[in-house]
Design a protein around this ligand. Structure first.
Ligand SMILES: O=C(O)CCC(=O)C(=O)O
Ligand SMILES: [Fe+2]
Length: 263
């Protein structure tokens, strides 16, 4: 489970540069308290806040409303050092009276979360893509995996989803042949594999299709006026023949079978 989360974080960092965390262990009351403390501070009168105004960006506490940093266009800012708390809390506002306690609790807990996240991100840095993204040629592929690492691309938004390796379970996915046979009702799955530097991974991929030269075509029952044939027929042999030319600029084999009906 830990490994899976590490891989999801690694992936989010690589592909999106961001992610959101739930079940991080910070109590709801602490989060709510910190937001309340900040909100109450900004509601104070100008005189209360302006005590902290300084042009020196290195001050341990600084309140600002103008655009000295070149990026703040319309915001008020209260910036202060926080950890270790005992060094800095003396500089914090005493108004609102709960500020130090509420913001202090949050500062301590968020530091703990940050340390855990950094550890997870560092650990995930070692993971490399072992098998680049592709779809399989046959009707279905069945995987027997020793550990996690397998990832699938979401049909709609092209994001990667880590598939857990459930002990005793077989993973099944759809290949190009089934996309053709179903006349596009089913889509072949784009997938890839991420390596785990600490643990060798074995996966037995059984790809099930027709014999080498037998052609797969759209099922006649699924083709009519409204649903014209969407793919050219092809054989396993033909898909293998195309493999070398597909190496550098990968696209699903089934893309090359699509019948262009735009004219
Ligand atoms: O590493 C895996 O589990 C998947 C292997 C695979 O996608 C393939 O051999 O086509
Ligand atoms: Fe595959």
């Amino acid at each position: 489970m830990r490994k899976l989360v590490i891989q999801e974080i690694a992936l989010a960092c690589r592909e999106q540069g961001c992610f959101q965390v739930v079940n991080h262990g910070i109590r709801k009351s602490v989060m709510k308290g910190a937001l309340e403390a900040a909100s109450e501070f900004f509601k104070l009168s100008k005189e209360h806040k302006e005590k902290f105004v300084s042009a020196d960006v290195q001050q341990p506490i600084r309140y600002d409303m103008s655009s000295r940093d070149g990026i703040s266009t319309a915001r008020s800012l209260l910036k202060h050092y926080a950890n270790p708390l005992e060094d800095w809390v003396q500089f914090w506002p005493i108004n609102p009276p709960t500020y130090r306690k509420k913001m202090g609790d949050y500062a301590v807990e968020i530091k703990g979360v940050s340390m855990q996240l950094m550890e997870a991100i560092f650990e995930g840095l070692g993971d490399k893509v072992g098998l680049a993204f592709h779809s399989d040629y046959g009707f279905i592929t069945i995987l027997l995996q020793s550990s996690a690492g397998f990832e699938v691309m979401h049909h709609e938004d092209d994001t990667w989803i880590a598939v857990p390796a459930i002990p005793g379970a077989l993973h099944v996915h759809i290949g190009d042949n089934l996309e053709v046979l179903s006349n596009g009702q089913l889509k072949s799955l784009v997938h890839r594999t991420i390596l785990n530097p600490d643990e060798p991974r074995i996966s037995i991929a059984s790809i099930h299709g027709l014999s080498m030269d037998e052609k797969v075509h759209c099922a006649k029952e699924l083709v009519d006026e409204e649903h014209p044939e969407m793919y050219k027929e092809s054989s396993f042999q033909e898909s293998l023949d195309l493999l070398p030319s597909n190496m550098n600029n990968y696209k699903r084999f089934v893309e090359s079978l699509k019948i262009d009906r735009d004219e």
